[in-house]
Design a protein around this ligand. Structure first.
Ligand code: PLP
Length: 400
């Protein structure tokens, strides 16, 4: 039998993908499943982007390109950072990767040594700790509070820093909580990072999905020093409904981007060339579809909150999300109750029994470091959301 390395044997499979797979399997078997587990927009990639990919193929753009990305795409990414974030990067500071996930892996590979600590505010996106561990790092979770909108405070950050801290992973808008930090809150955290020269991996994948008139602010915008310390990860998956195309990017200090580019040149080479032309069209083309999709999510969010407000009296609660397309539904009041003789002891049991009894898939909060919640995505049609929430209510009422 082949002996596995320590590096891979401890890695947990992505629980969100596992839940999606289970509900897809039930759907394929003809079951009427409502899937709140989805982590991707339910829209089809806008037509101008698809046309650009077809055009790239027709023109024969089917060969290798520079490992760190098409020069034209890197330039477009720089223009995006300038226009959206007021950040001035050179193409040599950009690396185009196979999705935001790959960009995160590259960033951690570049900065985290064996034994280094990486601060991760909790609840967190479940890939962060696995990637940190893969490179021998030690995830240090900092529990944020619901009362504070799941936001890391400067005091918490200061207290978590040790001589071994190599990185803070910061995610606003946040998956799974929908938390969006304000400029002031980010400046206060940046002051701590500057004091300790702490590298920040700033995951800004959901940048375009913020609501109630809020504006995304990047920690790299705070000061030239903060820009030097920050590795921004972003991509086209969520903003342009391009999850299957696999394209993300990072921006970093020149020496960091150069090393990551070299690493990637041996690991994967360039991202699919056709996808890169599609992403170029996404970033440089008409942005109407981006705002249309954001508007649809905004409406669903409002409706979802309105329905959930009606469930508060029965013991279900939530923390108001301000970005991305997720709500953390607090369901711990139902722990200890039973269904068909099975006792619900945590978010995993809650989600499993919900799926089995009401055919509603949701992601257990335990996957994100919060066992009192389940995560509901609202990347579903409004009728599905309404039906799914009704089934969740029925499920809770059926527990005894
Ligand atoms: N970062 C966050 C917070 C995410 O939720 C996701 C995807 O779910 C990613 C990064 C990765 O995005 P991609 O599909 O581009 O790899």
């Amino acid at each position: 039998m082949i002996k596995l390395t320590k590096r891979v044997s401890g890695i947990a499979p992505s629980m969100t993908l596992a839940m999606s797979a289970k509900s897809a399997e039930m759907k394929a078997a003809g079951e009427n499943v409502i899937n709140f587990g989805v982590g991707e927009p339910d829209f089809i990639t806008p037509a101008n982007i698809i046309d650009a990919a077809k055009d790239a193929m027709d023109k024969g753009y089917t060969k290798y390109v520079a490992a760190a990305g098409l020069p034209a795409l890197k330039k477009a990414v720089c223009e995006k950072f300038a226009a959206d974030n007021g950040l001035d990067y050179n193409p040599s500071q950009i690396v185009i990767s196979n999705g935001g996930k790959h960009a995160i892996l590259n960033a951690v590979a570049a900065v985290v040594e064996e034994g280094d600590e990486v601060i991760i505010p909790s609840p967190y996106w479940l890939t962060y700790p696995e990637v940190v561990r893969f490179f021998g790092g030690v995830p240090v979770y900092v529990q944020t509070s619901r009362a504070n909108g799941f936001k890391l405070t400067p005091e918490q950050l200061e207290a978590a820093i040790t001589p071994k801290t190599a990185m803070l992973i910061f995610n606003s808008p946040c998956n799974p909580t929908g938390t969006v930090y304000s400029e002031e809150e980010i400046k206060a955290l940046a002051a701590v990072c500057e004091k300790h020269e702490l590298c920040v991996l700033s995951d800004e994948m959901y940048e375009k999905l913020v609501y109630d008139g809020l504006k995304h602010y990047s920690i790299a915008q705070v000061s030239p020093k903060m820009k030097e310390l920050t590795i921004i990860v972003n991509g086209v998956s969520k903003s342009y409904a391009m999850t299957g195309w696999r394209l993300g990017y990072l921006a970093a200090a020149e020496h960091v981007a150069k090393s990551i580019g070299s690493f990637q040149s041996h690991a994967t080479s360039n991202v699919n060339t056709i996808t890169q032309y599609a992403a170029l069209a996404a970033l440089t083309g008409d942005q109407q579809s981006v705002s249309d999709m954001a508007k649809a999510f905004a409406e669903r969010r409002i409706n979802m909150m309105r329905i959930l407000d009606g469930y508060k009296s029965m013991g279900l609660d939530y923390v108001k999300p301000e970005g991305a397309f997720y709500v953390m539904l607090i369901c711990d009041k139902f722990f200890g109750k039973s269904i068909n003789g099975k006792k619900i002891q945590g978010s995993m049991d809650f989600a499993m029994e919900l799926l089995a009894n009401q055919k509603v898939a949701a992601t257990p909060g335990i996957c994100f470091g919060d066992d009192e919640c389940i995560r509901l995505s609202y990347a579903l049609s409004m009728p599905e959301i309404e039906e799914g929430l009704k089934r969740i209510k029925d499920f809770c009422l059926s527990l005894s």
